[in-house]
Design a protein around this ligand. Structure first.
Ligand SMILES: [Zn+2]
Length: 125
């Protein structure tokens, strides 16, 4: 069996909370930058609106990525509170602690994640 101990869960919860705070700051800062046309200094250098729009689009994509990850982190914290954390949402197996330590918001075990992403599962033994 591969059940997570209380100590494992506490460690992962701390990692998730740290990550959530970093992401919240980034999303806040990113949204602020987009509203104000990046930062003041850079904005003055834009020659025309086309440049400005291109730059805004990149910033918006980065913020969107942060928002997506933030949702995953918050979902993981919710699962931690309500139970079900650390179990694959596809096959129900326990997700290895080694995997969760690297990716605490992981919803699937390695095999199901690879299948989900359409990659061939490597035979491992
Ligand atoms: Zn699975």
């Amino acid at each position: 069996m591969n059940l997570l101990t209380r100590r494992h869960l506490a460690t992962l919860r701390g990692t998730l909370l740290d990550r959530m705070h970093v992401l919240q700051d980034e999303v806040r800062a990113g949204g602020h930058a987009i509203r104000n046309g990046i930062d003041g200094q850079e904005a003055r250098d834009f020659k025309d609106d086309a440049d400005r729009h291109a730059h805004d689009a990149v910033g918006a994509m980065e913020v969107q990525r942060d928002i997506d990850e933030l949702r995953e982190v918050q979902a993981a914290l919710y699962r931690l509170e309500t139970g079900g954390y650390g179990h694959c949402i596809d096959c129900g197996d326990a997700i290895a602690y080694e995997r969760l330590r690297v990716q605490p918001a992981a919803e699937r075990c390695t095999e199901c994640q690879m299948a989900f992403e359409g990659r061939p599962v490597e035979a491992s033994g």
